[in-house]
Design a protein around this ligand. Structure first.
Ligand SMILES: [Zn+2]
Length: 165
């Protein structure tokens, strides 16, 4: 879901709408594949799976721009954690339990996790490159040593072909 207007910090964004059900029923529905259960407390959950619950279209982020707060009567609303610009994606932290069960860090599509994975990847690539050039350097050095132990480098003269490795 994307913002169509700017939001100030703490401003109301959307309500998490749905039927209030007991946690045991929510567990049963979740076991059958429901993904929009919002647990309010140790007894009650909002089943947000209906289409008119616009809040269900808000994706997870580990660096979210809205947060869920509970208003009187167990009403859950998302409010801006910071200023949100129009066209910015609205994201919320789904919480540890949901994250562990359905997303996990290696699959999370939020900007923060993509950046983290890209960083890991480029660090890995750099490590491989360093290892490769170390190997090359060692091969070169041992090649020179094998060719003529006491020889000094002789510029402008090619090594004899029989000494090449
Ligand atoms: Zn993430």
């Amino acid at each position: 879901m994307f913002a169509v207007k700017p939001y100030r910090r703490r401003e109301y964004v959307v309500t998490y709408r749905g039927r209030k059900i007991a946690n045991a029923e929510a567990d049963r529905l979740e076991a059958r594949g429901s993904r929009y259960m919002f647990e309010i407390n140790s007894r009650w959950t909002i089943d947000g799976s209906s289409r008119w619950n616009r809040a269900r279209y808000v994706n997870h982020s580990c660096r979210p721009n809205v947060e869920a707060i509970e208003r009187r009567g167990g009403v859950i609303v998302y409010v801006a954690r910071k200023r949100i610009r129009p066209d910015e994606e609205i994201t919320v932290d789904y919480g540890k339990d949901y994250f562990a069960a359905f997303i996990t860090k290696s699959r999370c599509q939020c900007d923060k996790c993509r950046e983290r994975r890209a960083g890991l990847q480029s660090r890995y690539r750099a490590r491989v490159q360093r290892a490769l050039s170390r190997k090359k350097a060692m091969r070169k050095r041992s090649g020179i040593v094998g060719a003529k132990p006491a020889a000094k480098p002789r510029p402008r003269r090619k090594t004899k072909s029989k000494n090449k490795r």
